[in-house]
Design a protein around this ligand. Structure first.
Ligand SMILES: Cc1cc2nc3c(=O)[nH]c(=O)nc-3n(C[C@H](O)[C@H](O)[C@H](O)COP(=O)(O)OP(=O)(O)OC[C@H]3O[C@@H](n4cnc5c(N)ncnc54)[C@H](O)[C@@H]3O)c2cc1C
Length: 595
């Protein structure tokens, strides 16, 4: 099995222009023994230690949260991808993805560790000086210190750079911070905060702030819809004196810290959503097998089989794109000559795959929402009461569509970042879109017949890519510099792009499984085929709406005719395929592709 380092190093967003070749991509089937061992360690920790502690966490007993972090530190699970020099384990991003995925099976605990590992350790590793890393990372990675990330304020959530918290420069080089942060995960008991403030009211800047500096107080715990076992509070900074040595990165460059940390957080959130979906799928499958109505298990009913089959299909697609992204990030880091103790290679890789990270976040959180809603439905009345975990999962997961950048903001970012790369010439999108327009408006060449595995699905994915290019190219041409103001068109474009990346990743993964004759290869193919079948309808619907917003009359008719030629995807018998997937999940009592 290849390691991530052997994956192809592609530019972020390049999948839009790729032909459907068989360039290897990282998939869960390629996990090494070491990855699987860590996955088992993280899963055992969640099952035996985090889950049993949930009730005390929900009672806001933060001494339990501290104990859990310390245990995680002992097991080396806080900093799996941080260099050993700072107390980490020095493994790859795939490892950190697997750990996030396993941790997310216990949502409140996942928020606690996310605030620590993703939101505090990562910014210090990526942007900290050698002294800052030495000072903070070993104690954060051992769980001795608890971290939190304080970006949002009452008046600035999505518009994070609109923060009002102020850092006033002192004559001795230190800063005095004043302001109030909102909704801070671990806010009630954290020792160290990554705080964003404007130096002299203007330059947005990151700082490492210790509660011990004085002047840091936590507000009351928020009454939340879910995640009752995680701390979320306001954090008030009143005349907090921060030494010059605790400036994180450069003055006026806080946005670099904030956005890159979010890139990483988004990719990890996508992985976490796969973990949450896998857990709920197991619950749904087992419940459907044992719950009897009309003299038989409800798992026998087509309506329930449809639901379970669709849950599997959607989880499979997101899992495929999340692992692919992890492989891309690792391959790029490994291909960049760097000192392992230095975060610059990781930083460059995270920036490169920011588009994929946003897709992982949106596609993951919406897939999870669907899976958890159907889990409740399969549980019937039992899904609505607290005796079963289904209702808690649903409440806990809702925030995934809100934090780490709302799904609206991330949807805008996906085509927005691609457009910037196109204009800079990093990706030849404009030339390819123009060539495609010429091809579509004349007579498109028919692709040669192909009888290799999943040939129809590969052709469909190629058509999705062309549709994306047609819509995106026309949007750039029509709106130019004003494209960012056309949010509805951008949202449709984002939806198409997400389906392109998901379908491409799922089909390539399934093809690799078939070509290598892996166990359950035919089920991989079933999942990919159903996903592509339904994606074809979504892509077509989004494209029609976007095109109709940009063109009228003859021009629109010509474009729609071109779209019809592209959208000729013959429907398949998804009933049979979903049934097969559902029956396998019910027989196994689990998500069938569990790595
Ligand atoms: C449980 C929880 C934990 C959190 N943890 C943290 C944390 O640890 N640290 C931290 O700093 N923050 C944290 N947050 C805050 C979170 O990041 C913000 O809630 C989030 O960024 C959204 O900001 P907002 O709530 O101000 O919503 P708003 O920005 O007011 O958005 C409201 C709505 O308007 C939409 N919208 C806003 N701007 C635009 C636009 N330009 N175009 C189109 N639509 C737009 C949004 O998508 C949303 O639908 C947490 C929040 C919660 C609920």
């Amino acid at each position: 099995m290849s390691t991530p380092a052997e994956m192809t190093i592609a530019r972020g967003g390049a999948w839009l222009l790729d032909s459907a070749d068989d360039a290897p991509l990282f998939t869960p089937e390629r996990l090494t023994d070491e990855h699987r061992l860590i996955a088992r360690t993280a899963a055992a920790f969640v099952e035996n230690e985090a889950e049993p502690a949930l009730e005390r966490l929900e009672q806001k007993d933060w001494s339990v949260a501290r104990q859990l972090l310390r245990r995680c530190g002992e097991l080396g699970l806080i900093g799996v991808d941080i260099p050993e020099a700072y107390g980490g384990v020095g493994l790859d991003k795939v490892t950190s993805l697997i750990v996030s995925e396993r941790f997310s099976r216990s949502a409140s605990f996942a928020a606690l560790i996310g605030g620590q590992a993703n939101l505090t350790v990562v910014p210090i590793f990526l942007f900290g000086t050698a002294e800052q890393k030495q000072q903070y990372l070993p104690r954060l990675l051992s769980g001795e210190l608890v971290g939190a990330y304080a970006l949002s304020e009452t008046g600035s959530g999505s518009d994070a750079l609109g923060a009002k918290t102020r850092a006033t420069r002192q004559s001795d080089g230190s800063y005095v911070l004043n302001g109030e942060k909102m909704w801070i995960t671990n806010g009630g008991f954290a020792d160290v905060f990554i705080v964003f403030a404007k130096v002299d009211g203007e330059q947005f800047t990151a700082f490492i702030v210790e509660r011990a500096f004085g002047g840091v107080t936590s507000g009351k715990e928020e009454h939340k819809m879910g995640l009752h076992g995680s701390s979320t509070t306001a954090v008030v900074l009143q005349d907090v004196r921060v030494p010059a040595a605790n400036l994180l990165g450069e003055v006026g460059k806080g946005h670099k810290v904030a956005f890159n940390v979010l890139n990483f957080g988004r990719f990890k959130l996508g992985a976490g959503c796969v973990g949450g979906a896998a857990k709920a799928l197991g619950e749904a499958a087992r419940y459907a097998a044992q719950r009897r109505q009309f003299g038989q298990p409800i798992a026998n009913f087509g309506a329930i089989r449809h639901k379970i089959g669709e849950m599997v299909v959607r989880a499979y697609a997101v899992e495929s794109l999340v692992y692919r992204t992890a492989g891309l990030i690792d391959a790029r880091i490994e291909a960049t000559p760097h000192d392992p103790a230095d975060g610059s290679a990781a930083l460059a890789a995270l920036e490169e795959y920011a588009i994929e990270a946003s897709i992982a976040k949106v596609a993951g959180s919406e897939m999870l929402n669907f899976v958890l809603d159907e889990n409740i439905q399969i549980h019937g009345g039992n899904g609505f009461v607290r005796d079963y975990p289904a209702e808690r999962h649903f409440r806990d997961a809702r925030v995934n569509r809100i934090f780490e950048g709302t799904n609206e903001i991330n949807r805008l970012l996906i085509p927005g970042m691609l457009a910037r790369r196109a204009v800079k010439g990093d990706l030849p999108i404009i030339a390819r879109a123009k060539a495609l327009q010429d091809e579509l408006l004349s007579s498109p060449s028919m692709p040669a017949a192909d009888d290799s595995p999943l040939a129809d699905e590969r052709m469909a994915v190629t058509a999705f890519k062309k549709t994306a290019l047609m819509v995106f190219g026309l949007a750039m041409q029509t709106y130019g510099q004003q494209l960012s103001e056309q949010q509805e068109v951008l949202m449709h474009t984002a939806d198409i792009l997400m389906d392109v990346f998901a379908a491409d990743s799922a089909v390539r993964r399934a093809r690799a499984a078939l070509l290598a004759d892996l166990p359950r290869a035919s089920m991989h193919a079933d999942a990919a085929r159903v996903f592509v079948n339904d994606a074809a309808m979504r892509v077509d619907a989004s494209a029609r709406q976007a095109l109709a917003a940009m063109a009228q009359g003859d021009m629109l008719r010509t474009l729609l005719a071109a779209l019809r030629r592209l959208s000729k995807v013959t429907p398949i018998d998804t009933v049979t395929l979903r049934r097969r997937l559902a029956d396998a999940a019910v027989a196994r009592g689990a998500y069938i592709f569990q790595a």
